[in-house]
Design a protein around this ligand. Structure first.
Ligand code: C2E
Ligand code: MG
Ligand code: MG
Ligand code: MG
Length: 293
C-alpha cells in the first residue's frame, strides 16, 4: 500500500501510483478467479515452410477473455501472473489444452508438424515439471516427437545455477524438441547455441519487421540463418506481416515462417479447419470425411 503523506497532501504521482497498484491488485484477483473458473483458452498459429508450403508447426498462445474488459493480451497479464506466482498453474492449463488439441489432430491424421508451447522459467523450475509433462503427453496420446518447447534465452543462461539444464536434457532425450524463442533479443551469445541442446532458433519479430527495407535487419537475419545452417539447427522467422517480408526471407534462405501474412492465431475450431484444408488425408479418413460431407 502507498505511504500516507503527512496532512493528506495531494500528490499527482502518488495518486497515479495508487491507481496503478489498485489496477495490478485487481488483475491479480481476476487472474486467480480466471484460473478457478477455467477462463484461459489457447489459440493456435501455424508455421509453414516457404519453399514447399508444408506445415512446420503450430504455436500455442494463451488467451484470456476477461468478463468485463474483454481480451487481455499475454503481454499485459503474464508479467503480473509471474510476480503473483500464478504462471506455473496457467502454464499447465495451456500445456494440457494444447497437448489435448494436438493429440486430436494426431489421431485424425491432420498434419501439423509439431506443437510448440511457450514455457517460462518459473514453470521449468517447478520440481515436477518433467514428470507432469510426460504424464500429460502419455494421457493425451501425443508422441514426445510431436512437441516442441519454446524457451527464451535468459532461461537457458540461468541453467547452470538452477538445474534447468539437466531437466531440459532429459526432456529432449525423450524426443521433445527445444527452441530458443525471441532469438537475438536476450543476452545469450552465439556460443550458447549448441546443436546438442537446441533444435530451432526463432528469430525475433523485431529483426523480421521491414526486413525488405531495413538493411541491418536483413544482415542480422542472414547471419543467424547462416549460423544455424552451419550448426545444423532449424530456424524460423516470427512475425512476418507482409508479402515483401516473406520474399526477403525466402531469398535469404530462411525457409520457415510464422506471422500474420500466413495466418493469425486462431481458436481451436478455426485452427483445425485451417490445418484440415491443407492436410493430405490418410485413406481411412477420406471415408470418414466423405460420410460427414
Ligand atoms: P512469442 O512466444 O514470441 O509469440 C509470438 C507473439 O507474436 C504472439 O503474441 C503472436 O500473436 C504475435 N504474432 C504472431 N505473428 C505476428 C505478426 O505477424 N505480427 C505481429 N505484430 N505479431 C505477431 P501474443 O499471443 O500476444 O503473445 C505474446 C507473448 O506472450 C509470446 O511471445 C510469449 O512470450 C508469451 N506467451 C503467450 N502465450 C504463452 C504461454 O502459454 N505461456 C508462456 N509462458 N508465455 C506465453
Ligand atoms: Mg513463442
Ligand atoms: Mg517468439
Ligand atoms: Mg516474440
Amino acid at each position: 500500500a502507498a505511504k500516507k503523506h503527512g496532512g493528506g497532501t495531494f500528490s499527482f504521482f502518488s495518486e497515479e501510483l495508487r491507481r496503478e497498484l489498485e489496477h495490478r491488485k485487481q488483475l491479480e484477483r481476476d487472474i486467480a478467479a480466471a484460473i478457478a473458473h477455467d477462463a484461459f483458452s489457447v489459440y493456435f498459429q501455424p508455421q509453414v515452410s516457404l519453399t514447399n508450403g508444408s506445415i512446420a508447426g503450430v504455436e500455442a498462445l494463451v488467451r484470456w477473455h476477461h468478463p468485463e474488459r474483454g481480451m487481455i493480451s499475454p503481454g499485459e497479464f503474464i508479467p503480473i501472473a509471474e510476480k503473483a506466482g500464478d504462471m506455473p498453474r496457467i502454464g499447465r492449463i495451456v500445456m494440457r489444452k494444447a497437448i489435448q488439441e494436438a493429440a486430436s489432430w494426431y489421431r485424425t491424421g491432420i498434419q501439423f508438424g509439431r506443437l510448440a508451447v511457450n514455457v517460462s522459467g518459473t514453470e521449468l523450475r517447478e520440481p515436477d515439471f518433467t514428470r507432469f509433462l510426460f504424464a500429460m503427453l502419455e494421457d493425451a496420446g501425443l508422441p514426445p516427437q510431436k512437441l516442441s518447447l519454446e524457451i527464451v534465452e535468459s532461461v537457458i543462461l540461468d541453467d547452470e545455477k538452477t538445474g534447468i539444464a539437466s531437466k531440459l536434457r532429459m526432456i529432449r532425450a525423450a524426443g521433445v524438441h527445444l527452441e530458443l524463442d525471441d532469438f537475438g533479443t536476450g543476452y545469450a551469445s552465439l556460443t550458447h547455441v549448441n546443436p546438442n541442446e537446441i533444435d530451432r532458433l526463432k528469430i525475433d519479430r523485431r529483426f523480421v519487421q521491414n526486413i525488405n527495407l531495413n538493411d541491418d535487419n536483413s544482415k542480422i537475419v542472414r547471419a543467424i540463418t547462416e549460423l544455424a545452417r552451419g550448426l545444423g539447427i532449424s530456424i524460423i522467422a516470427e512475425g512476418a506481416e507482409t508479402e515483401e517480408e516473406l520474399s526477403s526471407l525466402l531469398s535469404i534462405g530462411c525457409d520457415q515462417v510464422q506471422g500474420y501474412s500466413i495466418a493469425f492465431p486462431m481458436p481451436d475450431t478455426q485452427a483445425r479447419e485451417w490445418l484440415e484444408a491443407r492436410s493430405p488425408r490418410r485413406p481411412v479418413l477420406t471415408l470418414v470425411d466423405g460420410a460427414r460431407a
